[in-house]
Design a protein around this ligand. Structure first.
Ligand SMILES: Nc1nc2c(ncn2[C@@H]2O[C@H](COP(=O)(O)OP(=O)(O)O)[C@@H](O)[C@H]2O)c(=O)[nH]1
Ligand SMILES: [Mg+2]
Length: 244
């Protein structure tokens, strides 16, 4: 791989975002990537949680990566802001990891995952995976949204559960592909080794492309207007119309 060392001796990693609604399996997917690739790539992980560092603790306890290479950013009430509008705390966390464990090949950034339409700013990540699961229903992929339509990889996760929730996986994948203009869709289950191997291949291939300078980060687009409660329980409505 090309030398990505900066003049000050630190190295810029391939920053890979993992977004998607709560519970679709983002932390598990990151654990899988670490388990599969920790021997081949020098990895770090940043998690984003609203008020806790629960995801970071879960990943540390999975024993798939040196616990010190897993750090948490607490995002407060609005986790999508931290991956999109004010990415500074995340950028600082990524750069700290890159400095403390130089050289790192890949830093995985998990979003707080509050919203179906939240995506990463290209100012924070070079590429992003959007994770859906079959338990969310087969319709989700067809309904689309910026992450579903334009993330670098769309994962349809937990295919092992499809039979229990009455979802037709090939149909869900076909719907997703139709919404994505040829960008890749991966049907994944951590219980299906073949699908895990495909995930590993995608990460390795993307790492090569990004570090070779052959990839331009794409902004999947602004999220839809939405409402949620802040830390005081007050309902706030807003849009994230700017892509900066
Ligand atoms: N059946 C099944 N469950 C999974 C799979 N991946 C993750 N899960 C479960 O889904 C739940 C949420 O996973 P988690 O990774 O914490 O989701 P996150 O909120 O998106 O980070 C957990 O109970 C996981 O054990 C999978 O491939 N199959
Ligand atoms: Mg998580």
């Amino acid at each position: 791989m090309p030398d990505t060392t900066r003049p000050d001796g630190t190295t810029r990693s391939f920053r890979l975002g993992v977004a998607g609604p709560v519970g679709t399996g983002k932390s598990s997917l990151i654990a899988t990537i670490c388990r599969e690739l920790a021997d081949e790539l020098r990895l770090g992980v940043i998690t984003n949680d609203i008020y806790t560092d629960e995801d970071a603790r879960l990943l540390r306890s999975a024993g798939v990566l040196d616990p010190e290479r897993i750090r948490a950013v607490e995002t407060g009430a609005c986790p999508h802001t931290a991956i999109r509008d004010d990415v500074t705390p995340n950028l600082i966390a990524v750069e700290d990891l890159e400095r403390d464990f130089a050289p790192l090949d890949v830093v995985l950034v998990e979003s707080g995952g509050d919203n179906l339409t939240a995506t990463f700013s290209p100012a924070l990540v070079d590429a992003q995976i959007f994770v859906l699961d079959v338990a969310g229903g087969g319709d989700v992929a067809r309904k689309g949204g910026p992450g579903i339509a334009r993330a670098d990889l769309l994962v349809v996760n937990k295919t092992d559960l499809a039979q229990y929730v009455g979802v037709d996986v090939p149909q869900m994948v076909a719907d997703a592909e139709a919404a994505r203009d040829g960008k890749p869709v991966l049907a994944l289950s951590r219980h299906d080794p073949e699908s895990v191997a495909s995930l590993k291949e995608w990460v390795l291939a993307m790492t090569k492309i990004v570090r070779g300078g052959g990839h331009t980060p794409v902004d999947p687009g602004p999220m839809a207007p939405h409402s949620h409660t802040d830390e005081n329980g007050v309902m706030i409505s807003h849009t994230h119309a700017h892509s900066h």
